[in-house]
Design a binder for this molecule. Sequence first.
Ligand SMILES: Nc1ncnc2c1ncn2[C@@H]1O[C@H](COP(=O)(O)OP(=O)(O)OP(=O)(O)O)[C@@H](O)[C@H]1O
Ligand SMILES: [Mg+2]
Length: 162
Amino acid sequence: MIEVKNLVRTFKSGDRTIKPVNDVSFELEQGTLASIVGKSGSGKSTLLSLLGALDKPTSGDVLVNGVGLAGMPDSKLTEYRRRDIGFVFQQFNLIPNLSAVDNVMLPMEFAGIRKAARLERARELLEQVQLDPEKHVRRINRLSGGEQQRVAIARALANSPN
Ligand SMILES: Nc1ncnc2c1ncn2[C@@H]1O[C@H](COP(=O)(O)OP(=O)(O)OP(=O)(O)O)[C@@H](O)[C@H]1O
Ligand SMILES: [Mg+2]
């Protein structure tokens, strides 16, 4: 049985703090099949990372068969991940330490388009896929899976005029 108690995970984004997991509580009995549903960027992967002990909460706890992950030593957490958790990750083929806009500009650079035009087109494409403007300059590995997929779509469109 999994008990999620008042789970909170915040991220700093510049001078703002976002709370994708904001006081979440629920229980799952053994043998239950559950889905987490929500729009892109709403906090699904953040929550799953906490359930799988891939990330630590800002506050709150996850109890697995009565034992809290928050108080578990790293050696026990490693055992928990290995023994009890199966994860399928979201896949993308973006360059993780470049920003969203730099990833979209890259194919245009290879195509010889000059810098100002690359930047303008990349921003337009990222707007078309509805990535928040403040996330255009964020490093890829600090975006959600769906946000990264949208960057990948924008990049795929970068060099095709029609
Ligand atoms: N490491 C990070 N640093 C800062 N913000 C982050 C980080 N990881 C995720 N975020 C932000 O937290 C929010 C929730 O991200 P999360 O990955 O949980 O979304 P999601 O519901 O899984 O979305 P998707 O359906 O797109 O995969 C998003 O706004 C995302 O930009
Ligand atoms: Mg996700």
